[in-house]
Design a protein around this ligand. Sequence first.
Ligand SMILES: [Zn+2]
Length: 477
Amino acid sequence: MTKAAPRLFLTNTLTRAKEEFRPLDWRGDAVPEAERRVRMYVCGPTVYDFAHIGNARPVIVFDVLFRLLRHLYGETGVTYARNITDVDDKINARAARDFPDLPLNDAIARVTEKTAAQFHRDVAALGCLPPTVEPRATAFVAPRADGLPDMISMIETLIAKGHAYVAAGEVLFDVASMPAYGALSHRKLEDQQAGARVAVEAHKKNPADFVLWKLSGANEPGWDSPWGRGRPGWHIECSVMSAAYLGQTFDIHGGGLDLIFPHHENEIAQSCCAHGTERMAEVWMHNGFVQVEGRKMSKSEGNFVTIADVLETDKVGGRRWPGEAVRLLMLKTHYREPIDFTAAKLDEAVRELDRWERSARAAGDMGEAEPDPVFLEAVCDDLALSSAIARVHALFDDGKAAEALGSLRLLGIDPVREQALRPDVAERIARRLDLLKARDFAAADALRDELAGEGVLLKDGKDPATGERVTTWEIRR
Ligand SMILES: [Zn+2]
């Protein structure tokens, strides 16, 4: 560790226990200190549509963990990889629908570029740092010039080792070839067979066998392979890209609860069987579900909410919400618990941010100190953020604004940042006062409205000593 720090505890889905976190590179002396890295992988978006509010949760949760790890192990001591899935049948369907006049591959490129750019805008507005690396699946299908792992080679290895077979134009993973299959989700193969209601696809040895490779039609994207022109299954990309950037065994693998089975179980099967390792990742972390206004989110229910809906339209609660309020709402519920995403809770988060900003101004202290030790200990206790945030309130109440702000910064929240973002506010207020003196009221009002549109509210008053007009301002979130 780079500094004296509290011990970090994380709940591991693999063991169903809260364990002390000990990064692989720090065990023993095999890795020189300067080369040690905490290595974390989180499954990223499939880029065919706007990310919904449920997609925002793992991005925010693991951003906080990324920030905490950087605090504990140094800014360059953490490698965080989050992929972009840019090959998927849902992408193909969307491309054909939205760009019917373009060749499919061009249409796919349009859809994935546009959607990835929107995703980056969304998560930046939610205060998330970019990951250290953000590999795209399509760059890892065929063997690479730089020799990093690729999907076709990993599938060949799995076949050679007896863990995969070719049938009816597909390459399938043979789950029965792996005795430990089901360890993450705690599902036994026999239970799955007994409980399987779907008809067994005739070409599969076992109904749980999953696709590593499938053939592409002439109109579908495809890569040449030993099994014909085709495309990879979803699971194999994460096994390959995590190995490429983090190695065959790494520290933390994260994602939403819905990914435990089959996605993460299958990632483990592929990686451990291809590499001959016991574990793919030491710690598996999963965040809980998000529902909206008390109901499961679904397009047919009409309560499907995208990140852009919340930030850029008035569809939720009749107004646009700042990204920081969405972030705070998400962090106030423990990451493993379900969240009910409501306009009322967004409003509560806005009021909390306002209160912190007022406290910081009242204390006259906009500086930042190191995170408070009691706060940090709560964050290190499996991200117990409701206790950590309660501590922030107590710090503000005690007039310790710098410690409170320094603590919030570790969560990627800065209630006074907006002032720094608007250095020209003072200049525009002075210009408006000049316009008022010149009795150009229309221009002065236009300037006031312009600022109001940016959430800056002006208050006019009189200087008690000189009787001159003075204008103060505040941010309305
Ligand atoms: Zn994945």
